[in-house]
Design a protein around this ligand. Structure first.
Ligand code: FES
Length: 256
């Protein structure tokens, strides 16, 4: 029997006749594309700095061999790509994100591919066993992501500094947009909501926490959009800086 939503029910089976597979396919293409690009860019170990722009994939730069070291804590013994040291933390933050989990469980694992579409795997253990039990560490990845975010804000401010002169280039605009989107994504995280508004029986004597929780809730309502927009723009930010560093494009800029 067909219903108004395009769902057809045959005995115990439920079959959808709409284009339900488009959504998981988009997840595979966009997430898969991002992972491939981010891996390549992080291993490339070059063209990640076009003065004054530093690629977010290489920030904070913790090794002495960075073209633009942020905090060279590791000294000179590290001679691989400095991105390897830090790219794992934002990736871990995204891959344990509740929203992305839904997306790649649907897209890559087909578990479930969509509402009312049967799971591809025959058994289901949820996130109670290794490796998926690691997803429960999401709140800790948030703490690291907040620290990285502070550094990215510093990078965005530095993008206005053209050898001691204030200026604005297209790269500046892109870097500011990138950090704004990352901020919206990070502060709307479910764990961030819990961090500022959790553990309380009442907000009565915690007006600041109530206000922060309210702001976080507002961001959280569109968490999926912040997630996609920040993912695409962080990749484009690296690409833009890379193309400027390679001399493929010229950064239009105004300097006082
Ligand atoms: S739930 Fe998405 S970043 Fe935390």
């Amino acid at each position: 029997m067909a219903t108004a939503s395009g769902v057809r029910r045959i005995g115990d089976r439920v079959e959808r006749k709409d284009l339900w597979w488009v959504e998981p396919l988009i997840y595979v293409v966009v997430l898969g594309g991002f992972v491939v690009y981010a891996t390549w860019a992080s291993l490339a170990n070059g063209n990640y700095y076009a003065d004054p722009y530093l690629s977010p994939f290489y920030s904070p730069c913790l090794a002495q061999n960075c073209v633009h070291p942020t905090l060279p804590l590791l000294g000179s013994w590290w001679n691989l790509s400095p991105a390897i040291l830090i790219v794992g933390s934002p990736l871990a933050f995204r891959f344990t994100c509740y929203y992305y989990r839904r997306s790649y469980y649907r897209g890559f694992f087909r578990s479930p591919p969509a509402c009312l579409v049967p799971d591809a795997p025959k058994t289901y253990s949820g996130e109670t066993r290794f490796p998926f039990i690691i997803q429960n560490l999401h709140r800790y990845t948030l703490y690291i992501a907040v620290l990285v975010l502070v550094v990215l804000w510093w990078d965005a401010i530095e993008a206005f500094n053209f050898h001691g002169h204030f200026g604005i280039g297209l790269g500046t605009v892109i870097m500011v947009a990138n950090v704004l989107l990352l901020t919206g994504y990070t502060l709307g995280c479910h764990s961030a909501r819990y961090l500022v508004g959790g553990y309380l029986d009442s907000f009565h004597k915690a007006s600041l926490r109530f206000r922060l929780w309210t702001y976080s809730n507002r961001l959280n309502v569109r968490h999926n959009r912040w997630a996609w927009a920040s993912l695409v723009v962080v990749g484009l930010t690296d690409l833009y800086i890379r193309l400027v560093a390679m001399g493929v494009i010229v950064d239009p800029r105004w300097i006082s």
